[in-house]
Design a binder for this molecule. Structure first.
Ligand SMILES: [Zn+2]
Length: 508
């Protein structure tokens, strides 16, 4: 196991927090934290509980809060106090924490407040339009909104600057330090092996009964099973909840209030996969050490590291045959799966299929779904693709890359919520998360008898290992430092490719 350069990280986290909690910086930061928490809860409410008539009023409230947050975050007072904290730091870890905060502020300072406010209004309107477009199955309804959001994203990329490639500035907001060059290298290494494994598997006889999963399932029963399953794994419902929403997400104010949703769906893969996925995010947030709550270190490091956990629990663990040895008998008490046994269910659940939907798709196809989105959104940002041509470009790319003919716009370009939120640069973090998850899995597997743990429902050792190595330190390290400590390198695709090969050539 690679060792951590700083000895036991917990001691340093405690030093940072002690020093931070006594500093004037904390007083100012706690106001920012309260604004973040309010924005988060109102955003959750908008998607889960708010009556449709509240949309305009909520859009105004959120835009005001977002503006106030931006003004406070980019104030010269916070900048000066953070700089003083760097000079006054008594060790490297403490200096690192303040440096992270300063670089976040520096990035945010480049974005004018008027742009932040316009973007908040535009995303509220686009989200409402996206919901209506899905009801009407009509992409045209979102075109003007996507045009606006692309323009605002271009404006933001220009304001942030720092690279000839405008997409880099957007990506950096989700995965600090990552560039399109990193992504091109990563996709360059995985595309060919994935495409060839996929076409080989699709040409073979599919696993028995795999088409029997494609029917309408009882959503409420599966949601209840998902709650029971995630509770047994270790998600703490005293500090969290699981609801059904129009899209699956996980938001948290801190480790004490972590809210997950699973998407409206009648498909068993969609419901169970998205529940396990969001639980991965939730376990990360709930297991950050309590002393970090309310400080700049009290959340996960970056989106790619976060997605490494959601994708690890959703797929590598959540589709492991031993996992279903334990959970299948329980599932059978919620829904009728009498034609399956644990083995045939897990093979059918993980089967490679021609599924047009990203969420719940098999692990080999998943990164191809992301590759398509990465290519399209990069073209949107560089201006070589217009939003009005996006539906056609999407359908062409699906046919070319995945061999899938998109028959319904809701199963095509309207399936994801991300672009309606203006989140260009977000999608690649899922693929990066898969790769990081593969590296983490290799190490976890070497140190813990994972299969025995899963088969007996003994999730404690797995969760403890992940907490100790990934979760507990929050943002104390950068994603690069964390991965070097845990796995010896950052974004090495080989362990994940080895895993996928093993999964589809040995397990099923
Ligand atoms: Zn996620």
């Amino acid at each position: 196991m690679p060792s951590r350069g700083w000895g036991h990280p917990g001691n340093f986290a405690r030093i940072i927090v002690l020093s931070f909690s006594l500093s004037p910086l904390q007083t100012l930061y706690s106001e920012l934290y309260s604004l973040d928490a309010s924005i988060g809860i109102l955003g959750w409410d908008r998607q889960v509980l708010m009556p449709a008539g509240g949309a305009d009023s909520r859009a105004n409230t959120l835009a005001s809060l977002v503006r106030m947050r931006h003004e406070k975050f980019t104030s010269s007072q916070l900048w000066d106090l953070t700089q003083q904290q760097i000079s006054a730091a008594e060790n490297e870890a403490e200096r690192n924490a303040a440096t992270h905060l300063l670089s976040d502020i520096a990035r945010e300072k480049k974005i004018p407040v008027s742009l932040v406010e316009r973007r908040s209004h535009a995303t509220s309107a686009a989200y409402t339009a996206w919901q209506q477009a899905r009801i009407d199955r009509n992409f045209a309804l979102v075109i003007p909104h996507y045009e606006t959001l692309v323009e605002l994203s271009q404006e933001m990329a220009e304001a942030i600057g720092g690279s000839d490639e405008p997409y880099d500035a957007l990506l950096d907001r989700y995965e600090p330090g990552a560039t399109t060059a990193d992504l091109d290298q990563m996709f360059g290494a995985i595309l060919e092996p994935l495409i060839s494994l996929r076409s080989k598997k699709l040409s073979e006889e599919p696993p028995a009964l795999s088409n029997r999963l494609d029917r309408d399932w009882e959503q409420s029963k599966l949601r209840d099973f998902a709650e029971s399953m995630t509770r047994q794994i270790g998600f703490d419902y005293q500090r969290g909840r699981l609801d059904i929403g129009p899209s699956a997400f996980c938001s948290s104010t801190d480790r004490f209030d972590v809210r997950m949703t699973t998407r409206h769906s009648t498909h068993i893969k969609g419901i169970l996969s998205s529940s396990l996925h969001e639980m991965g995010h939730g376990l990360y947030e709930q297991n950050i050490r309590p002393e970090l709550a309310g400080t700049p270190l009290g959340h996960g490091i970056s989106l790619a590291v976060h997605e490494s956990q959601s994708r690890l629990w959703e797929n590598i663990i959540g589709r492991h045959p031993a996992f279903w040895d334990f959970f299948f008998p329980q599932l059978a008490t919620y829904v009728d799966v009498s034609e399956f046994d644990a083995h045939s269910f897990s093979r059918a659940f993980g089967a490679i299929t021609q599924n047009p939907i990203r969420v719940g798709s098999d692990e080999v196809s998943y990164n191809l779904h992301i590759f398509v989105r990465y290519q399209l959104e990069r073209q949107l940002i560089t201006g070589s693709l217009a939003a009005r041509d996006l539906e056609e470009a999407w359908n062409d790319a699906y046919l070319r890359v995945l061999g899938i003919k998109v028959a319904d716009v809701n199963l095509g370009v309207l399936q994801d919520v991300h672009w309606s939120r203006g989140s260009f640069g977000y999608f690649p973090t899922y693929a990066m998360g898969n790769i990081l998850g593969g590296q983490i899995w290799r190490q976890l597997h070497r140190e813990i008898p994972v299969a025995e743990c899963l088969m007996s429902g003994n999730f404690g050792p797995v969760l403890d290992w992940l907490t100790q190595h990934i979760y507990s330190d929050g943002r104390t390290l950068s994603s690069r430092q964390l991965m070097e400590n845990v796995a010896g390198s950052y974004l090495d695709p080989q362990p994940w490719l080895d895993y996928v090969h093993h999964r589809y050539e040995v397990w099923s």
